[in-house]
Design a protein around this ligand. Structure first.
Ligand SMILES: [Zn+2]
Length: 299
């Protein structure tokens, strides 16, 4: 029986339930940075957390991983004594929603309709080589919306707007209007090629369009929290948009010239985009994501 359990455990590991996230949580430190107005950013492991702190209490945008919840709570305590009142999820990925299971019982979780849908069901991803079981009830968003919702909190309107077909099919971008801060979720990887979850309704051209639309409506001097990478601003987001546009154009032209994915990878990308491939998505994987995203829409 013991052997069977060991085999089962090994099998589950092979399925990829944990390896992507397997790490020594004890080594992770949560670093808090003041962004502007009421808003702070927490960095640890996984997606950047946005925090609103003030007289109404605390609101967080995303919550990384459950094993980090105690450290996140300790970091929040250093920012303010108030209670956690709301949790927003920018999208369903486990490195942004893993803490839901701990924070959900403390405060209502708000997210776009597709986030709850995806968290409620088993998610199989070939790209991540991972099967994620349905989340328990307490980890699910209890308030969902299709297009947009506003939370009036700590003296400002916090507007949560859905942008379809970007990083996933359930992305939200969070605008802290009074503080002049925006949390982009994973529609912005600062200085790195992004993950685009094509199996969950993501689309490279959709992400490019969304980022362009957001840039046009951002006020001057706004601080921009990316899903991953250091705190940024409009210039940083514009550089990301130029990268999306430029690299997609290259792949589109090569596809039109009849090049295969292998040929496109062999040719690579110009030096200009080299440093963007030093993160989770290297240049080959990025070219593959663009290729697959464009191919899916070909007649
Ligand atoms: Zn993500």
């Amino acid at each position: 029986m013991k052997n069977q359990l060991l085999i089962l455990a090994a099998f589950i590991l092979c399925l990829g339930v944990t390896p992507t996230y397997a790490q020594d949580w004890s080594k992770v430190e949560i670093k808090a940075t003041k962004v502007a107005g009421n808003v702070y950013m927490l960095e640890g492991a996984g997606g950047n957390i946005g925090v609103s702190v003030g007289p109404d209490g605390i609101l967080i945008v995303d919550d990384q991983f459950a094993p980090l919840a105690d450290k996140i709570k300790a970091a929040l305590k250093t920012l303010g004594e108030g209670k956690l009142k709301f949790v927003l999820n920018t999208h369903y990925h486990g490195d942004h929603t893993g803490g839901n299971v701990v924070f959900g019982p403390d405060a209502p979780i708000i997210a776009q309709t597709n986030v709850r849908k995806r968290l409620s069901e088993e998610q199989r991803s070939k790209f991540f080589n991972r099967t994620t079981p349905p989340s328990p009830k307490e980890a699910l968003p209890v308030i969902t919306f299709d297009q947009a919702v506003s939370v009036f909190f700590n003296g400002e309107e916090i507007k949560v707007i859905h942008f379809p077909r970007g990083h996933t099919d359930g992305d939200s971008v969070i605008f802290f209007h009074g503080s002049n801060v925006v949390h982009m979720g994973d529609d912005f990887f600062n200085g790195k090629f992004p993950v685009v979850d094509l199996e969950a309704g993501g689309d490279v051209e959709g992400m490019t369009k969304n980022v362009g639309d957001i840039i046009r409506q951002l006020p001057a001097g706004v601080k921009v929290i990316p899903g991953h990478g250091p705190l940024s601003d409009v210039e940083g987001l514009k550089a990301f948009h130029r990268m999306l546009t430029g690299t997609t154009e290259i792949v589109r032209k090569r596809m039109a010239a009849g090049n295969t994915l292998d040929q496109i990878k062999t040719e690579g990308l110009p030096e200009e985009w080299k440093s963007w491939g030093s993160g989770f998505i290297n240049t080959d994987r990025w070219l593959e994501l663009i290729y697959n995203s464009l191919s899916a829409k070909r007649p």
